[in-house]
Design a protein around this ligand. Structure first.
Ligand SMILES: Nc1ncnc2c1ncn2[C@@H]1O[C@H](COP(=O)(O)OP(=O)(O)OP(=O)(O)O)[C@@H](O)[C@H]1O
Length: 366
């Protein structure tokens, strides 16, 4: 197992979720798998009702796991209860739309109150709370109660409160909704620094386009599924890798970036079967890290015909010809793979004007 995998703050495998019973039972999350690396600020975005908050509350151990696996800070949440559940929630900082500050306490007291769960010596706790409020531009408001603060100031107190015990994971739902652009960026920049310097992670649900550029990674959900998963720095990297692929070599930088943004990248484990001979093809694969073995079965016997390495691709033939997969491809060792849906792949090919002719030559020999 790689070091990153061993310490993933959040690991989701085959997670599904349902609301309601009997005839009104509705599935809202569909077989999600993802891993969040330490040190990253991840934005979860997508249309209303796509399942973002449901996923976030599952990660926060605020709902029971129904189907699949979810590990947070190394602890599996299935069946977790009692003291173990309380302990885990203490390691998580929550920032929700309803900030739940205590109305009868001042900003500073709200923060100090939150430090009580962590057995911090009172002097130290007070100093830390003051420094955080100062940092969030609330140094002159420490003795104000929530009713005397603006919506944006209340939200910043809630952010400070989530950070005060230095949790290893922060889950935030629309933390900038009540803030103007400058304060929104300030809050998110602070969360990002927090994630990066302490090796922690922040997962944030947002519709706020003004802050999306601050994320390390952007996951988009539609109808309970993750439809794209882009590591921001990696998108640039990925478009460089695409440029080296003959199929895409004629695309402009802007077009390559567009394609890269539609790709999903994820880790894979030794032995994972990416595609099987005889099946219909629905994805294009680009190997980012690690190796993959191409196996062809003929007359009942299997032979490994080649091993692919980083930067090499597979799966294009079935998407172009419409024929079933002509080989099985299996991951060898742990690695990372990027995939593109059939529809996005075909759209990308259409961007290169003379490509269809070339492809006909290559794949149909005409
Ligand atoms: N407690 C509940 N009981 C029944 N259905 C629910 C419940 N909570 C959420 N849902 C449904 O689950 C789906 C996903 O909701 P969720 O709140 O996770 O979406 P979201 O992407 O966070 O939306 P928004 O951006 O509007 O907050 C929606 O169809 C919603 O109506």
């Amino acid at each position: 197992m790689s070091a990153a995998a061993a310490f993933a703050p959040v690991r989701v495998e085959g997670l599904s979720h349902y609301f309601g019973d009997g005839a009104s039972r509705a599935q809202v999350l569909f077989d999600l798998s993802l891993e969040i690396e330490p040190g990253s600020l991840v934005i979860l975005t997508g249309p209303s009702g796509s399942g973002k908050t449901t996923l976030l509350t599952l990660m926060g151990a605020l709902r029971s796991i129904q189907d699949g696996r979810l590990e947070v800070l190394g602890t599996s949440l299935s069946g977790l209860q009692g003291a173990a559940l309380t302990q885990l929630r203490r390691d998580i900082g929550f920032i929700f739309q309803m900030h739940n500050l205590f109305d009868s306490l001042t900003a500073l007291q709200n923060l100090i109150m939150a430090t009580h769960v962590a057995d911090t010596p009172p002097d130290q706790a007070r100093r830390r709370c003051l420094a955080l409020l100062e940092r969030l531009g609330l140094g002159h408001r420490i003795d104000h109660k929530p009713a005397m603060l603006s919506g944006g100031q209340r939200q910043r107190v809630a952010v400070a409160r989530a950070l005060v015990n230095a949790p290893r994971l922060i889950l935030a739902d629309e933390p900038t909704a009540a803030l103007d652009q400058a304060s929104g960026r300030e809050v998110v920049t602070m969360l990002r620094e927090f994630a990066a310097t302490e090796g922690r992670a922040v997962v944030m649900v947002t519709h706020d386009n003004r802050i999306i550029g601050l994320a390390d990674r952007i996951m988009s959900m539609v109808d309970g599924r993750i439809v794209s998963d882009v590591r921001v720095n990696e998108a640039v990297d990925l478009s460089m890798a695409l440029r080296n692929i003959d199929l895409f070599a004629r695309l402009s930088t802007a077009e390559l970036t567009q394609v890269a943004e539609k790709m999903t990248q994820r880790p894979f484990r030794d032995g994972e079967v990416f595609m099987r001979q005889g099946e219909e093809g629905d994805l294009f694969y680009l190997l980012r890290d690690g190796q993959a073995q191409v196996i062809v079965s003929q007359n009942g016997s299997e032979s490994a015909i080649t091993t692919l390495g980083p930067g090499q691709y597979f799966g294009e033939r079935a998407l172009i010809t419409g024929e079933p997969r002509n080989a099985t491809v299996v991951g060898r060792g742990d690695g990372r793979i990027a995939t593109l849906s059939k529809q996005d792949f075909q759209q990308a090919l259409r961007l290169a004007p003379d490509l269809p002719e070339q492809l006909t030559r290559i794949y149909f020999g005409r």
